[in-house]
Design a protein around this ligand. Structure first.
Ligand code: NAD
Ligand code: DAU
Length: 330
């Protein structure tokens, strides 16, 4: 298939592109604005086989220049970190809202297939049970509200113009090349450095962990088999409280419990996410990686790839960290 994949210099998009090139022989053009979270080296393994274009999805000229003879657009491009959306929300509306809209228009003009990569956070928090695709949308943060806005635009293009769209909503991903602002890579790198491990609130919030290759394959499955206009949840096989994730990381890294520091909670913090994936499973997808196995592999990857994360931890990320946590990184 000929694909325009937006936002693929980031964590999940780069994994998706590797899978599509290696396992399906797809012809891929990547469009990515290379924000703080995007790095071309994330695509190193397939760089000779893909076309890379630097540009923003909210820029119609950049999108027109990248689209070529693509048959489908898969959109990963987004501002993705909840804490940043609380401190600086406008960028989220621009990329996640307007950017999605520009891509939909480009798809409509050319009659292309369109897959929007979305998140379980659009449903808000759930104390017990799991969200299905028909659960009400109740986002809590500027990040999740902007992703919900994007999803609603996607649905409107199916209903109004008959554009063959799908939405694929993932739970919390983890794995190689995740930017260290997110819980798992942050805790792994701080544990290895002997630094503090900042746990928000009581640490009893629950997330539904999905190994990044499982999400990449889930999105590919939706691209190939999704019924136009439908939304598919794609969640991980295991739920875990944050404090338990941190304790497992301490065991895997040889760190010490005294590194754990309870810090002020995130405003509006969602307590628990949980997805029912029965609809995508009925289409033939299932998660392959259990959390224990994937977490071990992820810790090993960060241990063996300091050349990937050292430039991040010595650059602008240090300033972000100091501003957000009120203390310097070690
Ligand atoms: P990421 O932050 O690692 O990467 C985002 C990528 O988008 C970067 O390469 C960045 O340069 C690019 N980008 C940002 N703004 C852009 C713009 N205006 N134009 C073009 N490119 C732009 O994100 P990720 O964790 O890989 O998430 C990818 C997608 O998956 C997002 O849509 C996110 O909402 C969704 N998602 C993420 C998770 C998760 O746990 N990380 C879970 C479910 C869904
Ligand atoms: O659920 C899918 C979503 O998962 C994606 O849509 C988002 O793009 C992605 O960032 C992620 O959002 P979360 O807010 O769940 O992930 P994060 O890694 O920021 O935090 C996971 C949990 O860990 C959450 O309960 C907050 C907590 N946490 C996070 C950080 C960064 C801490 O306790 N301490 C921290 O320092």
């Amino acid at each position: 298939m000929k694909l325009l994949v937006c936002g693929a210099a980031g964590f999940i998009g780069s994994t998706f592109v590797e899978l599509r090139v290696r396992e399906h022989g797809d012809e891929v053009t990547v469009l990515d604005a290379l924000t703080y979270a995007g790095r071309q080296e994330n695509l190193e393994a397939v760089q000779a086989e893909i076309r890379f274009m630097a540009g923003a999805i909210e820029d119609p000229a950049a999108v027109a220049g990248a689209i070529g003879d693509a048959e489908a657009i898969v959109n990963f491009a987004a501002e993705t970190h909840v804490d940043r959306s609380i401190a600086d929300p406008y960028a989220f509306s621009v990329t996640n809202g307007l950017g999605t809209h520009v891509l939909l228009e480009a798809a409509r003009e050319r009659g292309l297939r369109y897959v929007q990569v979305s998140t379980d956070e659009v449903y808000g928090s759930i104390e017990t049970g799991s969200f299905t695709e028909s659960s009400p949308l109740a986002p809590s943060s500027p990040y999740s509200a902007s992703k919900t806005g994007g999803d609603l635009l996607v649905s409107s293009y199916f209903h109004t113009y008959g554009l063959p769209t799908n939405i694929c909503r993932g739970s919390n991903n983890y794995g190689p090349r995740q930017y260290p602002e997110k819980l798992i890579p942050l805790m792994v790198l701080n544990a290895l450095a002997g630094d503090h491990l900042p746990v928000y609130g009581d640490g009893r919030q629950v997330r539904n962990w999905l190994y990044v290759e499982d999400f990449g394959r889930g999105i590919g499955h939706v691209l190939e088999h999704g019924v136009p206009g439908e939304t598919y949840n794609c969640g991980g096989p295991d739920e875990c409280e944050n404090i338990e994730v941190v304790q497992r990381i301490l065991t895997l890294t040889g760190g010490d419990e005294s590194q754990i520091e309870y810090v002020t909670d995130r405003p509006g913090h969602d307590r628990r996410y949980s997805l029912s994936c029965a609809k995508l499973e009925a289409l033939g997808w299932s998660a392959r990686t259990r959390f224990d196995d994937g977490l071990g592999r992820t810790v090993d990857w960060y241990r063996e790839n300091s050349a990937w994360w050292e430039p991040i931890r010595s650059g602008a990320y240090r300033e972000y960290y100091e501003r957000h946590y009120g203390r310097a990184l070690r």
